[in-house]
Each structure stands twice: as structure tokens, then as C-alpha cells.
Design a protein around this ligand. Structure first.
Ligand code: ZN
Length: 486
């Protein structure tokens, strides 16, 4: 076991406030949370708000809200100050934390001032036919006097890491040992001309000062990690354990894009995906437990999660599977809580219809809000239909039989006033007994008349209870009229 594991495990989620939470970000937060909770450690939230161009007012709130709704409570972070705050990088900049270490690196010869500004100082390098551009180290050649003169004149500068010659390797818990030739690494900027640290540099400094033991992030950072390793070495800091997570792609194996909408956690919530289902599904994007279990609560995930089982290959965001899983979570809800959850979505259905009955119709039949309109497509308007849909071979129902049944049951329904499901179904059952008929012979024409469809959500009893008296009678009378006009 790694030395870091002997102490207290500390993980951090370090998002930038962009006003948008990508499912990949939430997965990082979740894995950080699971590792910390599983190993009885501390889950830290740090806001990386040093990129002032991208800063969006109130965008932080999206981060807080998303973590809260998903149950990923952080132990330390903004509003939950621990010993290593502040937890916003903009506040840390004011304390001069980053500049201090950047200057230390300059003194050691591991970093240097660069005054190139926006001028092009990039050399094209050919690597296996691929061209990539990197900074040509123009300012590395400046003498100490030239540097001091520039600084005295107040010339704007950035501070760059000086990558030494040789090779650099690091160990990743998922991808194994990775070694690169340092010639492939650019002298990355540590401090920008506005005095703010770059994302990369601030991360290293903060992770060290906050005693972070496990770094979870997307595998797009694998290529930058050797530069981090060099900085840890230069600063004589112990490197954390790296856990890089695989890419998340859509079903076409393309990067999960904003365009499709389901890369945004907020959009998923708006479309009726339950936080529990989102967490469950996202946990499985790149990780799986040692059994085949798919439905897992957050508590079960803490128990089962093992970062050594994270996969290297890309994780496919299978929307079909996600919808199925969400549907399973719906089914597991009580009828009451499903009703409370779905009710705001039913406002476009006239209140004369029993919304509780509509909710019961939907409970086992939808997987997200998008499905509501499909399942309830006959509720607001009776569809246009042809009389043939009353015919049913199995129940030996012809159009004549359907007409006969509907004509006979109409007065029973007209004389009833209580259209609760219990009451109205008892009236229909009594009628079936009185007619000495098979259930289907009565229920089929009734359901078709009410829904205007061959197949629909809910049977005759449910639909009578949904529509209540006036609308039920209206639809049955329309059916009788159509069948009489044959
Ligand atoms: Zn320069």
C-alpha cells in the first residue's frame, strides 16, 4: 500500500464555476466522495475561480446545488471552513500563496520570467509526422540583468516552468506507469500576466497545502501529469495518488457533447432523472462492482466502490440504459411520493381530470418526463379513430357487440355520481355480472371508447376514474354515435 494511505485520506473536487455541471464533473465529484467515505477520509470542495474571463456570477451556486441534490455533502469547503482554507482560489491568490512558490521555483532555476506577451514565440516541432507547437524558450536565454531591467520597467510577464532534460514517469492507479521524454513537454505557464496562477499550477500548490492524498480527474489530464510530477519533485513535495478516469462518450463513441443536452446534470434533473438514478448511473461510467449488481444506492456505492476497478477504456453514456434505470427508480417510489414528484408536470392537463389517477397511470410506464406526453397522448384530446379498433377477436367483440355494450352501460354510468376507482369499477363489475358477460367483452369497448386507441395506458376502470363523469360520458356517447353511423 502506498505511503499516502497510512494517513488520513483526503480527496478534493475542484470545479471551475462555469454555470454548468457536466456529467463528467459530477463523476469526478462522486468518485472523490466515494473514495473519501469508503476510507473514512475527508471530501474537500475547492472552487477554482482564478480564470476571471470565464467567471460567471452565481455559477458557484450551480456547484453547491448539484452536490447537495445528489447527496454529495463535502466535509470542508466554502462555508465549511477547515484548517487549510480558504477554499476559493481567488481568495488564496490574495494571500500570495502561488506567487511565493513560483518565486521559489525561479530561485531554484526550475522556472523563469517570460516577457514575450502576446508575441509569437513558438517553434513547430515534428513528432512522428505530427506537428505541435510549443514555446521556443526565448526568455530562458535572458540574462539576470535583462530580467531585472524588464521587471524594474514594469514590463508584463508570465512565469514559466523550466522543464529539465531527461525522462519523467509517474504511476497512475488506472493507467499504470507512464513515461515521457521531457522534450515532449512545454514550459507551461505557472503565473499568468494578471498575476493569477494557471489552473495547473494552482492545483498542485493547493493539493499539497490541503494534504490531498488522491487526485481524481479525467484522463485528458494524463498528458499534463508529467509536468506536475516535475513540479512536485522541484518543490520536494510528495506526489499524491493519481486516479485518471476514462472518457465518457455517446453511443457513437464521440465525446459527450453539450449539444445533446444529456451531458448537463441540470438538464437531466429537469427531464425527471432522479438524483439517486443519476448518481447510480454515473458511478457505472468507467467502474463496475465485482458482482453484476446494477442498482445501487449511494450507501451501497460507498461500500462497493474500489478505484482499482476503474476501467481504462471509454465509458459509453447509454441513454437507453440510463432511462431504464431511472424507470426502475420510479417504480421503487411509493404511489404518494411519485405523485408529489410528477404533479408539477401534470399542470397542462385540465384539473377536472384526476391528477392522482394520471400519476398512477404514469408510475410504471415512464422513464423520464419526455415520456409523459407519449403515454398521455389521448388525455387532452380524444384522438381521431376508425370504428375497426373496437373489433377484438380474442374477446369476440365486433362493432355490433361494442355498440350494444356501450348503449347498455351508458345509463348505469349516467346514474352514477361517485367516479372514484372503487365505486365506478364496482358499477361496471355489477353490469358485467348482470349481462353474464366475459370481462373483456365489456372492458374492451369501454376502454377503446375512453381512449380512442387500440392500446393505451390504463384499463377501463383507471380511465373512468381519470376522466370522471362528464368526460367519460362524452367520449362514450361519441363512440356510440360513430358506431351507429356505420
Ligand atoms: Zn518569453
Amino acid at each position: 500500500m502506498d505511503k499516502k494511505c497510512d494517513g488520513v485520506v483526503r480527496t478534493r473536487f475542484a470545479p471551475s464555476p462555469t454555470g454548468y455541471m457536466h456529467v463528467g464533473n459530477l463523476r469526478t465529484a462522486l468518485y472523490c466522495y466515494l473514495i473519501a467515505k469508503k476510507l473514512k477520509g475527508t471530501f474537500v470542495l475547492r472552487i477554482e475561480d482564478t480564470d476571471r474571463n470565464r467567471y460567471i456570477q452565481d455559477a458557484e451556486q450551480v456547484i453547491f446545488d448539484t452536490l447537495k441534490v445528489c447527496g454529495l455533502d463535502y466535509d470542508e469547503g466554502p462555508g465549511k471552513e477547515g484548517d487549510v482554507g480558504p477554499y476559493r482560489q481567488s481568495e488564496r491568490v490574495k494571500q500570495g500563496i502561488y506567487m511565493k512558490y513560483a518565486k521559489q521555483l525561479i530561485e531554484q532555476g526550475d522556472a523563469y520570467y517570460c516577457f514575450c506577451g502576446h508575441e509569437e514565440h513558438h517553434a513547430d516541432t515534428c513528432e512522428d509526422g505530427e506537428v505541435f507547437t510549443k514555446y521556443d524558450r526565448h526568455c530562458l536565454k535572458l540574462s539576470k540583468e535583462e530580467v531585472e531591467k524588464n521587471l524594474a520597467e514594469g514590463k508584463p510577464f508570465v512565469i514559466r516552468q523550466k522543464v529539465p532534460e531527461g525522462k519523467t514517469s509517474f504511476v497512475d492507479a488506472v493507467y499504470g506507469t507512464i513515461e515521457v521524454d521531457n522534450s515532449e513537454l512545454e514550459d507551461m505557464i505557472l503565473i499568468k500576466s494578471d498575476g493569477y496562477p494557471t489552473y495547473n499550477f494552482a492545483n498542485i500548490v493547493d493539493d499539497h497545502l490541503m494534504n490531498i492524498t488522491h487526485i481524481v480527474r479525467g484522463c485528458e489530464y494524463l498528458s499534463s501529469t508529467p509536468k506536475y510530477t516535475l513540479l512536485y519533485k522541484a518543490l520536494k513535495w510528495e506526489e499524491p495518488i493519481y486516479i485518471h478516469c476514462p472518457h465518457i462518450t455517446d453511443e457513437e463513441h464521440k465525446k459527450l457533447s453539450k449539444r445533446l443536452g444529456h451531458s448537463s446534470v441540470n438538464n437531466l434533473l429537469k427531464n425527471g432523472f432522479l438524483p439517486e438514478a443519476i448518481i447510480n448511473f454515473i458511478a457505472l461510467l468507467g467502474w463496475s462492482p465485482d458482482n453484476e449488481q446494477e442498482i445501487m444506492s449511494l450507501v451501497e456505492l460507498i461500500e462497493k466502490f474500489d478505484y482499482h476497478r476503474i476501467n481504462k477504456s471509454s465509458a459509453v453514456f447509454d441513454l437507453k440504459k440510463f432511462k431504464w434505470m431511472n424507470g426502475e427508480y420510479y417504480k421503487a417510489m411509493s404511489a404518494d411520493s411519485f405523485y408529489n414528484f410528477i404533479c408539477p408536470q401534470l399542470q397542462k392537463y385540465p384539473s377536472i381530470y384526476d391528477r392522482r389517477e394520471l400519476s398512477d397511470l404514469l408510475h410504471d410506464r415512464i422513464e423520464c418526463f419526455e415520456d409523459i406526453d407519449t403515454v398521455l397522448d389521448f388525455i387532452n384530446d380524444l384522438p381521431q379513430y376508425s370504428n375497426e379498433i373496437f373489433e377484438n377477436q380474442k374477446f369476440k367483440v365486433t362493432q355490433e357487440v361494442a355498440l350494444d355494450i356501450l348503449q347498455k352501460i351508458l345509463p348505469k354510468l349516467e346514474s352514477a355520481d361517485n367516479y372514484s376507482k372503487e365505486n365506478i369499477s364496482q358499477i361496471v363489475k355489477d353490469f358485467i355480472a348482470e349481462q353474464n358477460a366475459k370481462n373483456g367483452v365489456v372492458l374492451w369497448p369501454l376502454r377503446v371508447a375512453l381512449s380512442g386507441k387500440m392500446s393505451s395506458a390504463g384499463g377501463a376502470y383507471e380511465l373512468l376514474a381519470v376522466f370522471k363523469k362528464d368526460e367519460s360520458l362524452r367520449r362514450i356517447k361519441i363512440a356510440i354515435q360513430k358506431l351507429e353511423n356505420n
